[in-house]
Design a protein around this ligand. Structure first.
Ligand code: GLU
Length: 443
């Protein structure tokens, strides 16, 4: 059996971090077995649709390397009448019925949450189509992510709407028709779908075909509040994180471990490595917490793994437009071990592009700088040349290295913390370094 999974987002805007996790797990589950990963856009609820969202979604999934093998858009499939036909078949076979309630009750939006719908025995021949839930049955399945059997008493399951009166299918119909039609073997989805699973199980059974396995993922909790991540309180969209300077690989690795764990304690996984090690047994039951520091740690790891050339396009986004590749490639090795976020680059490396302003130096600092100025004017302009001569003059004055170099660092970089000083001065060049020292002395 070929494993076939799908990621089935509704195009409502940006990609939620939980959505990325679902997509990643579905991808890894399929690819681990050499199977197929399907991207299906669930856009039959047209009110919720945002223009351009489908393209944006495809783009960002590709940024993470989650390339799909097949692509479907439900609103396109809808045109062939596939959902309507399926609903009508269920009516014919006695598993669904026509209902005209919502025409009188527009605010229900075509969805029913009535346990036993008054229309179910009216033998109507047009209207919305609803599921005829059987009485006194146990509806159950084995959740392959939670690794347990879950069941419901059918008497608690409501006659859900399958096809609305505008002929658009609800999720319960469209997703199940598609999962069967696309021969999905494993449905992996968010926890919020668990309560409506008995409806989906009935629909799958009545439609007939190979029953997919179903797994529900845990909720991702905020580390601060312990509550489900909220769009209002927390950063939850992948686009936001990428903009803040996180690398796609780091974000991907981070979410991989939010609810799944390998057999050992390994933490670093590239996508191909995750695919290789992925195993549904690793899904965890406890809701994971989103620790931003951990994400930063992953980001630092991936930043350092990249070669300077690989980092160049990311760093370029953080640097002034006119900075040359050559200059950036000189700076990158000095900063890449010192940043955990790409956006830290601007803070740490800004002095290469703009002269520091508003630095105040003490009288003592200035006496150091006077000496440094003389040395820097004449020494060999190499790492060794600069360092030997500066150290000699510190010694000759019986000063301490620390205070001397702190003053020089402050004058040239404008900060107390910076990339290595000599290397930085070499990049700035002798003239620019001396200009900065003179500027420090004149204030
Ligand atoms: N369209 C559903 C959503 O966006 C997908 C749920 C599923 O994966 O089946 O939540």
């Amino acid at each position: 059996m070929v494993v076939r999974t799908r990621f089935a987002p509704s195009p409502t805007g940006f990609l939620h971090i939980g959505g990325l996790r679902t997509a990643l797990y579905a991808y890894a589950l399929a690819k681990h077995d050499g199977g197929d990963f399907i991207l299906r856009i669930e856009d039959t609820d047209q009110k919720r649709e945002v223009a351009g969202a489908t393209e944006a979604l495809q783009k960002i999934l590709q940024k993470f390397g989650l390339q799909w093998d097949e692509f479907y858009i439900q609103s396109e499939r809808q045109k062939s009448g596939i959902y309507q036909k399926a609903a009508e078949k269920l009516v014919e076979e006695g598993h669904a019925f026509y209902c005209q309630c919502e025409a009188r009750n527009a605010h229900t939006d075509g969805y029913s949450t009535v346990l036993r719908d008054p229309c179910r025995d009216k033998n109507l021949t047009s209207g919305a189509i609803k599921l005829r839930v059987p009485d006194n049955e146990t509806i159950s399945y084995h959740d392959f992510a939670h690794k347990k059997d879950i069941s419901w008493d059918s008497n608690t399951v409501y006659d859900a709407t399958l096809l609305k009166s505008d002929r658009f299918p609800t999720y319960a119909l469209a997703a199940m028709v598609d999962d069967l039609d696309m021969k999905v073997t494993h449905i992996l989805r968010g926890h919020d779908w668990l309560p409506s699973t008995p409806i989906h199980l009935l629909v799958l059974k009545y439609l007939g075909g190979d029953m997919p396995k179903i797994g529900h993922l845990t909720d991702i909790l905020s580390a601060e509040t312990g509550k489900k991540l909220s769009k209002r309180r927390d950063s939850v969209f992948c686009e936001q994180f990428l903009e803040q300077g996180y690398l796609p690989e780091a974000l991907l690795n981070f979410v991989a471990l939010l609810g799944w764990a390998p057999k050992d304690n390994r933490e670093l996984f590239t996508l191909p490595e995750l695919v290789e090690h992925f195993d549904a047994k690793g899904f965890q039951d406890a809701n994971p917490r989103f620790f931003l520091d951990k994400l930063k740690w992953f980001n630092g790891q991936y930043l350092r793994k990249k070669s300077d050339e690989e980092l160049l396009p990311f760093i370029r986004q953080q640097a002034p437009k006119d900075a040359s590749d050559k200059l950036l490639l000189q700076i990158i090795p000095l900063v890449k071990t010192r940043i955990s976020l790409l956006s830290d680059f601007a803070t740490l490396a800004n002095f290469f592009f703009t002269r520091p302003v508003g630095v105040t130096l003490s009288g003592e600092d200035k006496s150091y700088l006077k000496v440094a100025e003389v040395v820097l004017k004449t020494c060999d302009w190499t790492k060794e040349g600069i360092e030997t001569k500066l150290l000699e003059s510190v010694k000759a004055n019986s000063w301490k290295n620390m205070g001397f170099f702190a003053a020089l660092r402050l004058a040239t970089t404008g900060a107390k913390v910076s990339p290595p000083l000599t290397e930085s001065m070499l990049i700035l060049g002798r003239d620019e370094t001396l200009t900065r020292v003179a500027q420090g002395l004149s204030r």
